[in-house]
Design a protein around this ligand. Sequence first.
Ligand SMILES: [Zn+2]
Length: 109
Amino acid sequence: MSTTSPTIPKETARHVLWMFDRQGGYRPGSCTEYLMRAIQSADVLHAAKLRQVFPELSAAIDLARYDDNGLAKLQAIATGQAPLGCKCGNTAGPFDLQGRCETCTEAAA
Ligand SMILES: [Zn+2]
């Protein structure tokens, strides 16, 4: 699994917030709703396949499920307060689940 994740679009953040019943979320169309449920219930192999085709949605769901501050990060994205920003000041992304940019991720490796 790659440690980097794509920049999560505002719309995607809102959809995932809806699935986790959080403020700022809104219900997507039924296709996206089913995709989110498929990603959440997928085993490792299927999750990897889905991630290749739906990287932003997979990254947003990872944030919500595995990052202690993930839902807050998604709310920041959804409200336009942030794209995620690395502590080095990079706001262009992509960022890993710890919010580090590619440069910092590589430096830490
Ligand atoms: Zn950085």
